[in-house]
Write a protein that binds this ligand. Structure first.
Ligand SMILES: Cc1ncc(COP(=O)(O)O)c(C=O)c1O
Length: 346
């Protein structure tokens, strides 16, 4: 009884059924004839391009309540192939692509057919054994015979993992402590680097403001002089951060002697870097962006005032705007308030 129940529930899904076997043969034929054979035919189109809205209609994206017959599914498969790039086409030039070779396809189909996880040896003895072997092989090729690894689902995740590992190597306590107890860290990247570096900085808690860009030359190589310069700037910012943090602590009303001594001891550790920066003439004033911009606007207003290109009242009003919430313009004020002759000098 239980057996027949079970077979009922598998009806339409069991590979023992002739209809299902026929379906597998049909879709293999479709993939071979429509997707794979054209890969090596230079006379086919690289892409039958359709505008996005046309493509949506062509694909019939509606999800229906009722199931659809297998023939319809094959038709949809044909459309998916028909609207896609022939990525192995000899006229398709793009990064990261090559034709799918038959032996890799066999491995890919085998993996899909087995539908295994790789999380424990018990559920997937073969895949776990293969994975371990591949990690050892790849890591030994690049000089780490006892290396470990992880397969990444793409380049963004690879970059994110690389940043994470670099940070761990720099300070392994971060694993337990997080970023809260450490000094600010900076990521240096080439100006040609992919934007996934910023994504990584954001995901991992560095903040995108802490990604510093290094100039490259006309062949995409990092310019060493600029790298050197940016490293010095970063060191300086770290030293300045400590200085301001210490000032913050020292300004506290109830800072006892027994608290200030360890703070000084901690601070003393930055002396050598400060010495180095002073000797390299790399120390300059640290200014937050907000104040830098404010200072710039004030200077520009002052220059305009000195050149007589703005009136005293305009100058004062503009300065007021910089420091305070906007005030209404004279024409929007009631008549009695619109006089600003108090400010007039000319
Ligand atoms: C150098 C580099 N990093 C990251 C990426 C992003 O890759 P993915 O789309 O796999 O995340 C690319 C993709 O072009 C890349 O070329």
């Amino acid at each position: 009884m239980a057996e027949s129940d079970n077979s009922n529930c598998l009806k339409g899904y069991s590979y023992a059924e002739p209809e299902i076997q026929q379906f597998v043969k049909d879709f293999s034929k479709l993939i071979l004839e429509d997707a794979l054979i054209p890969q090596t035919d230079p006379n086919t189109k690289v892409l039958n391009f359709k505008q996005p809205l046309d493509l949506q209609k062509y694909l019939d994206l509606e999800i229906y309540e009722e199931s659809i017959p297998r023939e319809k599914l094959l038709e949809l498969g044909k459309k998916v192939i028909g609207g896609s790039i022939v990525s192995g086409h000899p006229h398709f030039f793009n990064t990261m692509y090559t034709a799918i070779d038959p032996y890799s396809l066999f491995g890919a189909w085998l993996t899909e057919a087995l539908n295994c996880n790789v999380h424990t040896y018990e559920v997937s003895p073969v895949m776990v054994t293969l994975e371990n072997y591949i990690f050892k092989k790849i890591s030994s090729v690049i000089g780490y015979p006892d290396g470990e690894g992880i397969f990444c689902p793409g380049s963004s995740f690879s970059n994110l993992t690389a940043i994470h590992l670099a940070r761990f190597r720099y300070n392994s306590t971060l694993k337990e402590k997080g970023m809260f107890t450490c000094e600010p860290m900076t990521i240096l990247k080439s100006e040609d680097a992919h934007y996934s570096i910023e994504k990584g900085a954001s995901f991992l808690g560095f903040g995108t403001d802490n990604v510093v860009t290094i100039k490259t030359d006309d062949r995409g190589r990092i310019v060493p002089k600029d790298l050197e310069h940016k490293i010095c700037q970063c060191k300086q910012n770290v030293a300045e951060f400590k200085h301001r943090r210490f000032n913050g602590k020292a300004a506290h009303n109830h800072l006892h002697f027994y608290k200030i001594v360890p703070a000084f001891q901690q601070e003393a550790k930055t002396v050598s870097i400060t010495q180095q920066l002073v000797s390299e003439q790399q120390l300059s004033r640290y200014q937050r962006d907000t104040y830098k911009q404010l200072q710039g606007r004030l200077t520009s207003l002052w220059d305009q005032y000195e050149e007589d290109s703005i009136r005293t009242s305009d100058f004062l009003r503009s300065v007021g705007h910089l420091y305070a919430p906007p005030v209404p313009q004279p024409e929007t004020l009631p008549e009695s308030d619109s006089e600003d002759s108090d400010y007039e000098s000319d």
